[in-house]
Write a protein that binds this ligand. Structure first.
Ligand code: A2P
Length: 270
């Protein structure tokens, strides 16, 4: 199992979590049971995923203390302090547990309210209602504004990243500020798995393409949340300690960068 990251609030973050985006509500309990059985210790959820009640129910059947639970503020209707507190309350109630990590899901830069949302997250953290606060889909400029205007650096920025979109500049900015990069769609929603260059590396190392990509993220120094609803894939994605990518493999993979996104750009979601 890959080593944990130490966060800027002195807590730790498991390198791998399992994502619950697009996991249908009716499958959520099973996926959590399978994920825990496969050794995962981080559940990446969000208000927007529409399955927090199912997550809450599933958490009753596992060793809750061995897991970290993430939720995220969506904020489509309003981004006021009250709206953040209401959303947080609703997630906490649905999950029926302490939220370990709470993130701003999108900066929604056109609304220009994300600094105030961040202040409310700081308030929640200071009140002990959440342990770790972070952001998701923030650019370097968005994160810099939070730091400049509040003095509080997010512990984590969860962003789309995979071999087509390695986000080298953002990763370097995070590293310089002690922020952990956590990749969503780390397998490019499964599309990057078809890449023949990665297939050749996987074949030589006698692992799967998914394992090559996961190893690549870890060697770049980031955390990630690969999603699967298949127990065997969940297990395989968490079994990446037995091999290493050489520098040559890393540079070969670096050449796959196209900038292609499989999700939405932060500026597109207002
Ligand atoms: P499934 O859920 O049917 O297993 P990402 O995490 O980048 O969003 O990618 C998720 C996609 O990749 C899903 O379609 C998932 O399908 C697929 N996937 C995840 N892990 C593996 C794996 N080890 N082998 C093949 N496909 C995988």
């Amino acid at each position: 199992m890959p080593a944990d990251f130490t966060l800027n609030d002195a807590t730790t973050l498991p390198a791998l979590g399992f994502g619950l985006y697009k996991v249908p509500a009716e499958l959520t309990e099973q996926v959590i049971a399978d994920g825990v059985a496969a050794g995962y210790r981080l559940v990446d959820g969000a208000e927007f995923y529409g399955n927090e009640e199912e997550v809450g129910r599933a958490l009753k059947h596992v060793d809750r203390d061995a897991l970290r639970v993430t939720s995220k503020f969506w904020g489509e209707e309003s981004q006021s302090r009250d709206a953040v507190l209401r959303s947080f309350d609703a997630s906490e109630k649905a999950l029926d547990t302490h939220i370990d990590i709470y993130m701003i899901h999108w900066p929604r830069p056109a609304r220009n309210q994300y600094v105030d949302v961040w202040r409310t997250l700081i308030e929640l953290r200071d009140a002990g209602r959440v342990t770790t606060i972070g952001v998701s889909n923030f650019t370097e400029a968005h994160v810099q504004r939070l730091i400049d205007e509040t003095g509080v650096t997010p512990a984590v920025n969860q962003v789309e990243s995979h071999p087509w979109l390695p986000q080298h500049d953002l990763r370097a900015f995070h590293a310089a500020h002690g922020i952990v990069t956590q990749a969503w769609s780390p397998l490019g929603r499964g599309r990057v798995l078809q890449d023949p260059t990665l297939a050749a590396i996987a074949e030589r190392l006698d692992v799967t393409v998914a394992q090559v990509i996961i190893r690549w993220h870890l060697q770049l120094g980031s955390a990630l949340i690969p999603k699967s609803t298949h127990p065997e894939r969940l297990r395989q994605n968490n079994d990446v300690d037995g091999f290493e990518l050489s520098e040559e493999d890393m540079s070969t993979i670096a050449r796959l960068e196209t900038g292609q996104r499989t999700g939405t750009h932060p500026d597109d979601r207002q």
